[in-house]
Design a protein. Structure first.
Length: 222
């Protein structure tokens, strides 16, 4: 952790894109997952009596992020899961200790399919200012828009009852009030695309809304 180029994306980190729904950026976020000191069962070798081990993997990163989500929920019990996820994603950072872009295992700047929204910042996630909230029924409209059958939908949202897309207004992935925006372009892309997001002020003071993006030279964000 004291190296100037930390944090960095390791080779085994999960990567996008999201093939089933390419308009939703994956991964959402990154967290610590290399050489993490963790509890460990007593080993069978009698000479080794430690109950701890150094472990690496996405299985170590996931509990870090889950723990941050639990801390946010304890501080803000009225926040929805979507609001908590938004707080974590919108406050993540994309630069290392030197102030440069986070690198991947090749020592190259990590792209969004490796980094997602950035590396988790637990302190900032407690006070994001603005959040992108999503109601449960919005997810149903999104899944129906993906072409889920009633059986598939029921297995996801209501395994003990029955869910149906009948009478549900389908929405595209771009219409989901997600904390990130991903634009997929065809061979002949449109001149412009429009996405609408709704933010909720969860801070104590009025908020001034701005934007942060890294557009390539061939595109312009407005």
């Amino acid at each position: 952790m004291r190296t100037p180029w930390s944090p960095a994306i390791t080779s085994f980190s999960s990567r996008g894109p999201n093939k089933q729904s390419p308009g939703i950026l994956k991964p959402d976020i990154t967290g610590p997952g290399v050489s993490v000191l963790a509890a460990w069962p007593v080993p069978p070798v009698k000479t080794l009596t430690t109950r701890f081990n150094m472990i690496s993997g996405t299985s170590m990163s996931a509990p870090h992020l889950s723990g941050v989500a639990a801390l946010i929920k304890s501080a803000h019990p009225d926040w929805s899961p979507a609001a908590i996820k938004s707080a974590m994603m919108t406050t993540a950072y994309v630069t290392d200790r030197r102030g440069n872009l986070i690198l991947d295992e090749r020592r190259l700047p990590a792209d969004y399919f490796a980094l997602g929204s950035g590396h988790i910042d637990p302190q900032k996630a407690l006070n994001p200012g603005l959040v992108y909230d999503i109601a449960p029924e919005d997810y149903i409209s999104y899944l129906c828009g993906l072409g889920y059958s009633d059986i598939q939908l029921t297995s996801v949202v209501a395994p003990r009852s029955h869910a149906s897309c009948a009478g549900v207004k389908n929405i595209t992935e771009g219409e989901l009030n997600y904390p990130s925006i991903t634009v997929t372009l065809a061979a002949t892309p449109p001149r412009s695309v429009r996405y609408i997001r709704t933010v909720t002020n969860v801070g104590e003071a009025p908020q001034r809304i701005g934007r942060r993006s890294r557009c390539r030279r061939e595109c312009r964000c407005a």
